[in-house]
Design a protein around this ligand. Structure first.
Ligand code: ZN
Ligand code: ZN
Length: 425
């Protein structure tokens, strides 16, 4: 059984039609599996790049008025900044205007929580403005602003920023033009919070966007069994042939999935991405390098110089303090290849809800947080680049003991409440 620890109270909702029977289906924005209540089909959803949603015009005659959709970046996740000599982290949940358009409010505010989002495709009628402000730039601004709300000079040097998104999407809000002014097509009036109502004709539109939504059947491409996975799972599992799969626009792609076996029948298995990376600008290729970076209180063994180094990052959403702690503890423990089994255990497997590419975006902050002393490591961060060469998913067993999950071999304890909290964010 795959367990679900908590619901998702805060997620925005997306409404779409079941691709098989046409019945309406409502998903949370983080859901990647559609389950139709009418025809019972289950499908994995993927999108060509970012998920793109739109809000529907309301009370506007679409035949007489052309709808113009204005893009907003929607981002929710953890922002890291290596500032002064600490790794700071904060949870951000925002939507910011992705074009320079004075007629549009700077943020969507709470609007999408009151309205349902719909998936945008090349078939959605209307014209779509092209996003002109990169997400990275907006996130840097958000971080700078939270560090220094009054806009004064930051007294502490900032060496590295990163954003690990559990949601990164574009949301398009509808407008229409009348007498040169842009009207909000949801409220059917001039937007209240915009600096100007004038529509700027020089704005660029996305010509023939090739946005594709793809629905993949939840059937193991290897053996034909039904794949397991909760609505927000990023990796689908086959319990028959012990394989893992990721939904993509080219169908299901295999993820190398393994487990460390436990003799404890009630163990709960948590998923981790084991990442092999090439790091330029810092000597960090072998286990001996990691021991030196962390200044481990043990003598460095000669064979450690030959031992490949892997980084172990949680593959589930969880608060940043726990991500950094688990990454350090498991990377320092460094499970060996011999401990990994290709068979998935017949036990509770916690869903992998954080995609590998997002997990890897936090790697530099995790290395910075492991490294000592900070005053020599931090100034080098801007020069360090990381290229990931290999990802595998590894399930690690934890025994349940009261409110704690414990891995005795690695001496790691996690409170169940923290894990539940991660499911809700
Ligand atoms: Zn259906
Ligand atoms: Zn299979």
């Amino acid at each position: 059984v795959v367990i679900r620890l908590a619901g998702k109270a805060s997620a925005w909702q997306v409404e779409l039609a079941c691709p098989q029977c046409g019945a309406p289906v409502v998903l949370a924005e983080t859901d990647r599996i559609l389950s139709c209540g009418y025809c019972k089909v289950r499908l994995g959803i993927s999108y060509s790049d970012h998920f793109r949603y739109f809000l529907e015009p309301d009370g506007v005659d679409a035949n007489s008025k052309e709808i113009i959709y204005v893009p907003y970046w929607r981002f929710k996740g953890i922002a890291y900044s290596c500032r002064g000599n600490t790794v700071e982290h904060r949870f951000v949940d925002s939507s910011l205007l992705a074009v320079k358009a004075a007629f549009a409010p700077n943020s969507l505010g709470f609007r999408p929580q009151a309205l349902k989002l719909r998936l945008a495709s090349h078939a959605t009628p209307g014209k779509f403005l092209k996003p002109a402000l990169p997400l990275k730039k907006l996130i840097s601004r958000v971080i700078e602003y939270t560090n220094n709300p009054d806009g004064s000079e930051d007294p502490l040097p900032v060496y590295h920023h990163a954003f690990v998104g559990e949601t990164t999407s574009l949301i398009y809000s509808p407008f229409y033009i009348e007498n040169g002014s842009a009207y909000d097509a949801v409220l059917n009036k001039l937007p209240a919070l915009a600096p100007s109502s004038h529509f700027d004709d020089s704005l660029a539109f996305d010509e023939c966007p090739a946005w594709q939504i793809k629905f993949n059947p939840m059937m193991c491409p290897h053996c034909g069994w039904d794949l397991m996975g909760e609505a927000d799972a990023q990796v689908l599992l086959c319990r028959n042939c012990s394989s893992g799969w990721e939904s993509s626009n080219d169908g299901l792609k295999r993820i190398n999935t393994t487990a460390i076996q436990s003799k404890e029948p009630d163990a709960l298995y948590l998923p981790f991405w084991r990442i092999r990376a090439q790091i330029v600008g810092l000597q960090l290729n072998t286990y001996a390098d990691l021991a030196r970076l962390c200044n481990l209180p043990r003598a460095i063994k000669k064979e450690w110089n030959e031992r490949d180094l892997y980084f172990w990052l949680p593959a589930f959403k969880t608060p940043p303090q726990l991500i950094l702690r688990l990454t350090r503890l498991i990377s320092v423990y460094q499970p060996s290849d011999g401990e990994l089994s290709e068979n998935l255990p017949n036990a509770s497997l916690f869903p992998a809800t954080l995609p590998k590419s997002q997990a890897a975006l936090g790697l530099k902050a995790a290395i910075a947080s492991m490294g000592v002393p900070k005053r020599t490591i931090f100034p080098r961060l801007p020069e360090i680049s990381i290229k990931v060469n290999e990802y595998i998913l590894v399930y690690i067993p934890f025994d349940t003991s009261g409110g704690e999950l414990i891995n005795h071999t690695m001496q790691i304890g996690i409170s169940k409440a923290t894990l539940q909290f991660g499911r809700l964010i």
